[in-house]
Design a protein around this ligand. Structure first.
Ligand code: AMP
Length: 288
C-alpha cells in the first residue's frame, strides 16, 4: 500500500490507474479506523480493481464548538489497518494541502442538508459536500462507498452526484455494530464505561420502535413511535435527545406512515459531551 499525502501525487497515481483501465473505488473517511471502516474497505475491494481510502479530518465540517481538535487520530495505526485490508492507496493529506488560506468555495445543498443533523450542525453538510467534491475530483473514482450509519450524508451525496452530474456510482454499506448493538463510531472512544452502557439506548430505541411496529401490525402512528423513543432515551440519565425522526431513507422526507423505506434516525448527546447518531429501518428486511 502506498501512503500519499499530496494532491499532485494522488492525481498522478489515480490518473495512471485510469489510463490503465482500472476500476477505482474510493472510501472517504476521517480515520481512527474500526470494523465499520474496514467493512467499507472490503466492499470497495469487491467493487473494483483499485481501492483508495482517504483519511482527512475535514475542518470545514466541524462547527466552532465541535470536537475538531479532540478528534482521535493515529496515522500509523490506520495505515497498518488499511494495508492489512489490501488497500492500494491511503490518501492522507495535511489540511494545508486541501485548503489554501484563501479557500472560499462551498458546495451547498438545499433541504436535504437542513433537517436532522443539519439542524443542529449548521454548515456541516456544506463542509461534507465540499470535501467529497474535492476528493472526487482528485481521485476520479468509478465508485465511492459510504456507510449507512451516516444516513443523511449518504442521501446528500447521492443527491449531489445526480445534481452535479458526477459519473460516480455511490454504494452504501449497512451499519456495523458492536455485539451489544452499539453502532461503531470513532466517537465511541470518547465514552467512559458508564457512558458506553448508556449509549446503548440509541440502538435500543430503534429496536423498540421496530418491535412496536411488528406487534401492532404497523398500526401505530408515526408520532407515537417518535414520542415513545424520545421518552425512552430521556429516561436514561445524562442523555439529551437532539432529534428522533422517522424519514424516507432516500429523500429524508418525514414518513407519514411506516413503509419499507421508513427509517428511524436519531442523535443523542451523552453527558452534553459526546454526540452519537444511529438509524434503522422499521420494517424487517425479511418481510421486504
Ligand atoms: P468517518 O470516518 O466517521 O467519517 O466515516 C467514514 C465512513 O465510514 C462514512 O461513510 C461512514 O458512514 C462510515 N461508517 C462509520 N461508522 C460506520 C459503521 N458503524 N458502519 C458502517 N459504516 C460506517
Amino acid at each position: 500500500m502506498r501512503l500519499v499525502q499530496t494532491a499532485a501525487e494522488v492525481v498522478r497515481e489515480t490518473g495512471a490507474w485510469r489510463k490503465d483501465g482500472e476500476r477505482i473505488v474510493l472510501v472517504p473517511t476521517m480515520g481512527w479506523f474500526h470494523e465499520g471502516h474496514l467493512a467499507l474497505m472490503r466492499l470497495a475491494k469487491s467493487l473494483g480493481s483499485r481501492t483508495i481510502v482517504s483519511l482527512f479530518v475535514n475542518p470545514i465540517q466541524f462547527g466552532p464548538r465541535e470536537d475538531l481538535a479532540a478528534y482521535p487520530r493515529d496515522l500509523d495505526r490506520d495505515r497498518r489497518m488499511a494495508e492489512d485490508e489490501g488497500v492500494d492507496i491511503l490518501f492522507a493529506p495535511a489540511v494545508e494541502e486541501m485548503f489554501e488560506p484563501q479557500f472560499q468555495t462551498r458546495v451547498s445543498l438545499g433541504a436535504i442538508s437542513q433537517g436532522l443533523c443539519g439542524a443542529d450542525r449548521p454548515g456541516h453538510f456544506d463542509g461534507v459536500a465540499t470535501i467529497v467534491t474535492k476528493l472526487f475530483h482528485l481521485t476520479s473514482p468509478d465508485v465511492a462507498v459510504f456507510g449507512e450509519k451516516d444516513l443523511q450524508q449518504l442521501a446528500l451525496i447521492r443527491r449531489m452526484v445526480r445534481d452535479l452530474n458526477f459519473n460516480i456510482e455511490i454504494v452504501g454499506h449497512p451499519i456495523i455494530r458492536e455485539p451489544d448493538g452499539l453502532a461503531m463510531s470513532s466517537r465511541n472512544s470518547y465514552l467512559n464505561e458508564a457512558e458506553r452502557r448508556t449509549a446503548l439506548c440509541l440502538s435500543q430505541a430503534i429496536g423498540r420502535a421496530r418491535e412496536t411496529v411488528r406487534q401492532s401490525g404497523n398500526a401505530v402512528p408515526v408520532e407515537s413511535l417518535i414520542a415513545d423513543a424520545v421518552d425512552f432515551i430521556a429516561a436514561h440519565a445524562g442523555c439529551q435527545v437532539d432529534y428522533v425522526s422517522i424519514v424516507d431513507r432516500w429523500s429524508l422526507a418525514p414518513s407519514t406512515a411506516i413503509d419499507r423505506d421508513s427509517v428511524m434516525a436519531l442523535a443523542v448527546k451523552i453527558n452534553g459531551r459526546v454526540r452519537l447518531i444511529d438509524n434503522g429501518l422499521l420494517l424487517p428486511e425479511a418481510g421486504r
